[in-house]
Design a protein around this ligand. Structure first.
Ligand code: CAO
Length: 425
């Protein structure tokens, strides 16, 4: 029987994505859970596994296509029944558009998408091909679109508040007002000079991860923030960590970052304003009674921040193992959007690479982030003489609208003292 394999819902907040790579070919035997495509969305890039097995008889998408949740990715023959009723010619390659049947499937899939969108977004004219720009998925009248364009507002950013399914001029105005009230600035697209005047250049399209990072960093840096620096003496901690790792029967390596995760969750409990968000519109501070911490992971696609959930309920070994798994998933494009959501605080450890200090950018709406640089041996004046001690440079950036400098100094000192007393861990 011929079956359509559709894009499943991967996260409530994701409705559309771009196909980065098609990982299968027509004629392949597709196994259950085998990755079919690599999908890039506003939140993450990940592989989409097949929910069923069967022989691939048609692939309806190609690299660069946009696809909505429910859109058909490919068709399989599960070999069970009805196979005779749908004659399917075997494909020699996955060249879209060359085979008549595929063209029919493609047309059908496109018209399904268009019909769905036309119904949902009556005022929007969707191009008669696969959707090119996801801002067209926002339901708004041409007048509101023009108004938003004139203000430099991306309609995707405007929250729809009166639940009638359409963005109104009032909602655009309220959004602009809130952007100013929260201190967030829109990024201005300053025209660039013609760099080719001075030599050869290459233009490469920005990846989704880079585009999202650029947008979220610009917004986050518009928040008034300050960085507090300190150093923790981790001489004893390192000895303890090495002993623990040597003693450990499992493959799990206790790392500086996993120890910090555990300590930071305790610090957040001690200093609740660091585990909060600020709501300028409603003039409220939202304190969170759960402890989810993001960890910046360096991948070949750029910075990704998976979130370790309920850190306070896990020990250092469990945290080490979960962090290793999340970092691997991030590097292997296996991280799902919900694994990057819900963080209250972020740790960015660049110490494995090097550096003596840096000021991380608060990942708004979080209010603080801890930067960790490379630990190194320094001469410290102790009991009337210099002693070689291993010092770990820490930098805490914080949202100064909610956190005062003295609070930040106390928070960071608390973390340093906890690191200096490893028996507490
Ligand atoms: N000082 C000195 N050495 C450090 C260190 C530090 N601050 N942090 C880690 N190291 C060492 C570890 O001890 C380990 O050495 P050994 O192999 O001898 O034990 C080595 O560096 C590698 O550590 P790791 O990377 O395996 O483990 P981790 O848990 O400390 O870090 C992770 C995990 C995911 C944070 C890290 O791999 C990573 O991706 N860091 C980059 C984060 C980043 O890009 N931040 C920038 C964000 S802003 O653009």
């Amino acid at each position: 029987m011929i079956k359509e394999i559709k894009l499943p819902e991967v996260s409530e907040s994701i409705q559309v994505g771009t196909i980065v790579k098609v990982l299968v070919n027509t004629g392949d035997m597709l196994e259950e859970d085998q990755p079919m495509i690599e999908l890039e969305t506003e939140k993450a890039m990940f592989e989409v596994p097949s929910p069923e097995k069967g022989k691939i008889v048609a692939i309806l998408v190609k690299e660069g296509d946009k696809i909505e949740v429910g859109g058909v990715i490919l068709k399989i023959d599960d070999g069970l029944a009805d196979a005779v009723s749908v004659p399917v010619k075997e494909e020699k390659n996955n060249n879209i558009g060359k085979n008549n049947e595929e063209q029919i499937f493609l047309k059908k899939a496109q018209s399904e998408i268009i019909a769905k969108n036309t119904k949902l977004f009556e005022q929007v004219s969707i191009p008669a091909e696969v959707i090119k720009d996801d801002s067209t998925l926002v339901n708004a009248s041409p007048a509101v679109r023009k108004f938003a364009r004139e203000l430099g507002v991306d309609l995707k950013d405007v929250p729809e508040t009166d639940n009638d399914g359409r963005i109104t001029e009032k909602e655009v105005k309220n959004y602009v007002k809130s952007v100013f009230e929260t201190g967030g600035l829109r990024q201005v697209n300053v025209p660039l000079p013609d760099f080719s005047r001075w030599g050869e250049i290459r233009k490469v399209p920005m990846s989704k991860v880079r585009a999202i990072t650029a947008r979220s960093m610009s917004y986050s840096l518009s928040i008034p923030q300050v960085t507090q620096y300190d150093k923790a003496d981790i001489t004893e901690l390192e000895e303890f960590r090495k002993k623990q790792s040597a003693k450990s029967k499992s493959d799990v390596k206790v790392t500086v970052t996993s120890i910090l995760l555990r300590l930071i969750s305790s610090a957040l409990r001690q200093f609740p304003q660091f585990n909060a968000s600020i709501d300028m519109k409603n003039q409220e501070i939202i304190y969170k009674d759960y402890y989810n911490i993001g960890v910046a992971v360096d991948t070949d696609r750029g910075l990704l921040v998976p979130v370790v959930k309920d850190v306070d309920k896990k020990n250092v070994i469990e945290l080490s193992s979960e962090l290793t798994e999340l970092a691997e998933k991030a590097r292997n494009k296996k991280l799902m959007p919900d694994e990057m959501e819900g963080g209250n605080f972020t740790i960015s450890n660049l110490g494995g690479i090097g550096g003596t200090g840096f000021s991380p950018i608060v990942y708004s709406p979080q209010v603080a982030i801890l930067g960790v640089s490379r630990g190194s041996t320094e001469a410290v004046w102790i009991d009337e003489k210099f002693e070689p001690r291993l010092l770990l440079p820490l930098s805490l950036s914080y949202d100064h609208r909610l956190i005062d400098g003295a609070d930040a100094a106390r928070f960071l000192r608390w973390v340093c003292e906890a690191l200096e007393n490893p028996f507490l861990i």
